[in-house]
Design a binder for this molecule. Sequence first.
Ligand code: SF4
Length: 454
Amino acid sequence: MQVPDTQTDDKSAPKISFVSLGCPKALVDSERIITKLRAEGYELSREHAGSDLVIVNTCGFLDSAKAESLDAIGKALNENGKVIVTGCMGAEPENITAAHPGVFAITGPQQYESVLDAVHRAAPPQHNPFLDLVPPEGIKLTPRHYAYLKISEGCNNRCTFCIIPKLRGDLVSRSAADVLREAEKLVKAGVKELLVISQDTSAYGVDLKYAASSWKNANGETREVRAKFVDLADALGDLGVWVRMHYVYPYPHVDDVIPLMADRKILPYLDMPLQHAAPDVLKRMKRPAAQEKSLARIRRWREMCPDITLRSTFIVGFPGETDADFEQLLEWLDEAALDRVGCFKYEPVRGAPANDLGADIVPDEVKEERWHRFMQAQQKISARRLKRKVGTRQQVIIDEAGPTVAKGRSMADAPEIDGNVYVASRRPLRVGEIATVKIERADAYDLHGTAVGY
Ligand code: SF4
């Protein structure tokens, strides 16, 4: 099926000729891709000749369907030359390249982001701020100076308290180039801090076999970037804004990212949800990287980057958690001396495998008591760690302006979840501005100081 023309007067918009083959599921995929393309201002054309590129959404269900797909690709190559292939046949790219080595890019079924990524490379979108409803950086719900950057969807882990893999499926990573392009747009739009998120950030790119993609930066330099946590962190670090890493599990390769933090390429901050410290509980939770010796790793990270901030979250009252398990958690906490910690009382989410483990349910009053003990223990640790900052100079990004005192965050504080720095200043500070602040006082969660550099 050849997708019909769209009618506008915009002569500058790149034109795409789209061939959709196969079943209704493939048709829905085509519709989704086309919707995104149209939202980005691309035009559709009925003719291959004269278009900027051709997309062929293939079907590989039967041999006859494969032959039809290969014919359609051949026709597009003859009439246009720049062809992106997606759909079921994309799952076996070698069959396509064997017949047509000249195709521009091949992506698999449902890889909408990768198709768009290839389209952007083949024919960059022409954003028209007077016509497009969506600004180039997308629609953001965060303030202008920081933005969340989602690098993957879904998760390959199967933690027993969690239903996210059931809801969102296995890990699907965006290509590094796609992530970087979004990051660059955000930075151009005034974002000063990028918060990298996913379900499992350190697993980024496993599904893509860490494939490299080429990214042209703002200076016009093209560079190959692998879809790998450390490579992406390094490339994001070149954008000249704060880059903060969330949801990082302590797999061994995370060690490679710590030098980037020591060099301030990315923020010296790791948000690493550990959930527990007792081996039996971690085993029942089926936590990723649970076997890694977390205390030894943390010690090493602090040697490599002494001012690294470590944040984590924990669950108390998981089914089968004994008094001894809980005491072990408190001991671990004391030794790890994390900077920031969140704690949740276990709740049996409907559909979570933990409900069927057959382990003893921890009564609510015990959960409550453990939660209080945990929080009290951590509060002392956090306060002790914050106090060490009194007398130091910290870079602070301003979140809220005020007539005499502005509210901001240091490199150690993520928005919403960590503390704040209250900054007195000779002149009013602007939202998004980064000031150097001399820290004069600390309380349980926040710091107070005076701006000494702008
Ligand atoms: S809790 Fe476990 S299964 Fe759920 S999203 Fe996180 S890593 Fe994946």
